[in-house]
Design a protein around this ligand. Structure first.
Ligand code: 4AD
Length: 458
């Protein structure tokens, strides 16, 4: 179906003006007067609509009626003309209604609440808000690939079905082909007869496979879906999210912190540059001043604070927290929020957490209490990156796994990386949706995913 994208028409308008062009799209709004009818057409290529102008005398009445129904899909051919109000519009000569939209179309109004739009995920992508979200989402993914490609990382594709639980938090979804009501006496018996002959689940992180890949390829990243069966009904958690996980050999905790900051700044700068129209939309309608906030972030160094010092800051800040602060506790959202929004007023790396609240694979610091791990916290969102230098010493790693009662037999290949030419290495995991929220100002993670999966909702 030969036609020109509306984005191209506006971008190269001088080449198209006063010429005949064909466009396709969906009707966003329509109005008419005695002699003329106006339809705002959007084809998803850009936020702007093209105004179609119909001479009512010359247009078939039935076709025009259908073309004026919000949600209908059209193909229109006509002459692009300059217009004072819209920059350019089209005087339609030939109209074809591709799909008539009945009046029960749920997006009749110009503005709907986000809560309402969440109930129609299959249609909300036709609203401007979501068009902007998914345009930036697309660009952000491209920018991430560009960063790694430009910096010599290999893109690897780890399995989604796996037998190893990277984070050890018991949040794995089980993968099974056993029919409903199959009865087995023991768990072992149950899994022995299952598809893989052992317990399998959906990955919570590609890190362990990523580490193995890096041990031969030097510098890798993964970028794929990750699954967590955590029962957290918050605006920042979903059961299925996209995870960006670089792994870098010959790299310590300070090196990886530098990489993480460089990476975040690169992708934000790239989105600002490539999505000016969408960012202007977010600036105006979603979070006022967000462009300036991001530009400030780009112009300044991120903060950095040791966990131990952060605890002191929180204890002495004079604020009443719901969750009391003591050395050894994990930071709660309210603590993170204080550090980013009030104390640093910019992104901050909290470094060297207590070993007891972090995962087994993190490098144990000489103090015997903390690990070389950091979380990157950003204003408004909290944690977007979980990062660490990995424990490269075989014996220390095994000891940490045993202390957590982990089944070592499931991790023999992983442990081989520490046996056969172990090297200092580090990596991080960036929550793709979390950084997308930070960049767009969208407050609920359900609004940056096409079909969000959350506890109790699919
Ligand atoms: O801090 P996490 O659990 O770290 C890891 O999984 C490491 N293995 C990563 C690595 O070093 N390769 O998760 C990393 C990030 C978090 O900072 C957060 O942004 C995101 O993943 N994340 C979630 N995003 C949405 N919904 C959830 N339920 C998330 N859980 C984690």
């Amino acid at each position: 179906m030969k036609h020109t994208d509306i984005k191209k028409l506006f971008a190269e308008a001088e080449a198209f003006v006063n010429k005949s062009v064909t466009v396709c799209g969906w009707v966003r709004t329509a109005r008419d007067s005695k002699t003329v009818a106006f339809v705002e057409l959007n084809d998803g290529t850009c936020l702007r609509n093209l105004q179609l102008v119909f001479d009512k005398e010359k247009t078939d009445a039935e076709a025009l009626k259908n073309a004026m129904a919000v949600g209908s899909s059209l193909k229109a051919e006509g002459v692009l003309v300059a217009s004072d109000r819209n920059g350019y519009e089209m005087n339609v000569e030939t109209l074809e209604v591709l799909g008539v939209c009945p009046s029960d179309y749920p997006l009749q109004k110009k503005r709907h609440t986000l809560e309402y739009l969440r109930t129609i995920p299959h249609l909300r992508v036709r609203a401007r808000y979501f068009e902007a979200v998914f345009a930036v989402r697309n660009q952000l993914a491209q920018s991430i690939h560009h960063y790694f490609s430009e910096n010599g990382y290999r893109y690897v594709h780890p399995p989604i079905i796996t037998g190893s639980d990277c984070e050890g938090a018991g949040e794995m979804f089980r993968v099974t082909t056993h029919p409903f009501a199959t009865e087995y006496k023991t768990e072992e018996e149950y899994y022995a007869n299952d598809f893989f002959g052992r317990k399998a689940g959906l990955t919570v992180s590609a890190q362990l496979e990523g580490e193995m890949a890096a041990m031969g390829l030097g510098r890798i990243y993964t970028f794929g879906p990750t699954f967590r069966a955590e029962n957290s009904n918050t605006t920042r958690h979903v059961a299925e999210f996209w995870h960006v996980e670089p792994e870098v050999c010959f790299c310590d905790i300070d090196d990886i912190i530098e990489i993480a900051e460089d990476f975040i700044k690169y992708i934000v700068r790239d989105v600002l540059e490539k999505c000016p129209e969408e960012m202007e939309f977010f600036n105006q309608w979603v979070e006022k001043g967000i462009i300036e906030k991001l530009q400030n972030m780009l112009a300044n160094d991120f903060g950095r604070i040791d966990y131990t010092e952060a605890i002191e800051v929180l204890k002495n800040c004079g604020k009443e927290f719901k969750y009391p602060v003591e050395w050894g506790v994990d930071l709660q959202t309210e603590h993170e929020k204080y550090l980013t929004d009030e104390y640093f007023k910019k992104p901050v790396f909290v470094v060297h957490y207590p070993a007891a609240i972090k995962s087994f694979y993190m490098k144990q610091n000489p103090d015997g209490k903390t690990v070389a791990a950091t979380d990157l916290l950003v204003p408004g969102i909290g944690e977007i990156i979980g990062c660490s230098e990995r424990e490269a010493d075989y014996d220390k790693l095994v000891a940490a796994m045993k202390a957590r009662n982990m089944p070592l037999e499931n991790y023999t290949e992983y442990l081989d990386t520490r046996k056969y030419g172990s090297v200092p290495h580090s990596g991080f995991g960036l929550g793709f949706e979390r950084v997308l929220m930070y960049i767009t100002g969208v407050q609920n993670i359900r609004d940056v995913l096409m079909f969000p999966r959350t506890v109790g909702s699919m």
